[in-house]
Design a binder for this molecule. Structure first.
Ligand SMILES: [Fe+2]
Length: 132
C-alpha cells in the first residue's frame, strides 16, 4: 500500500501545503513499516500532527473561522485515536495502529477536501497573512 501526494490536496497556502505533504509522507512510511519501526514512526506522526493541527487551530482563531468547533473537534478526535493506538503499540499490540494507519489516507483526503479546503478559502477571502 502507498499514499502519495496529489495536487487535489494543494490549497495554495504554503505552510498548510507543506504540513499536508509531510503528513502524507509520514502515513506512507507507516503503511510500509514493519513492526520493529512501527512505534517510532507512529510517534513521529503524532508529533507532526500535534504541530500541524495546532497551526491550523491558530489560523482558525486568528481569522475568526466560523465552523471552528467542528474543525477543532475533528482534530482532537483524530489525535486522541492516534495516541491511543500508539499506546497499544508500545504495549506490544500493533493491531489497532495498523487499522488506523489503513484508514488514514481516506480520512485525510476527505478532511483536506472539506474542512481544510474551507479554512484555506476563508484565509484567502479574509486576506490573512500566514507570515505575519
Ligand atoms: Fe484540518
Amino acid at each position: 500500500m502507498a499514499y502519495q501526494w496529489d495536487s487535489r490536496l494543494e490549497k495554495g497556502i504554503e505552510p498548510m501545503d507543506q504540513a499536508h505533504q509531510e503528513f502524507v509522507q509520514l502515513v506512507d512510511g507507516l503503511l510500509k513499516a514493519d513492526d520493529t519501526e512501527l512505534v517510532e514512526r507512529l510517534q513521529a506522526l503524532v508529533d507532526h500532527t500535534h504541530e500541524h493541527f495546532a497551526q491550523e487551530n491558530r489560523w482558525m482563531d486568528e481569522t475568526g473561522f466560523p465552523p471552528v468547533m467542528i474543525h477543532k473537534g475533528e482534530h482532537e478526535r483524530v489525535l486522541g485515536v492516534m495516541e491511543q493506538v500508539l499506546e497499544k503499540a508500545r504495549e506490544g499490540d500493533p493491531g489497532p495502529a495498523r487499522q488506523l494507519i489503513e484508514q488514514l489516507p481516506a480520512w485525510f483526503d476527505q478532511h483536506a477536501m472539506s474542512m481544510d479546503q474551507a479554512l484555506a478559502m476563508f484565509m484567502h477571502k479574509t486576506g490573512y497573512s500566514v507570515d505575519g
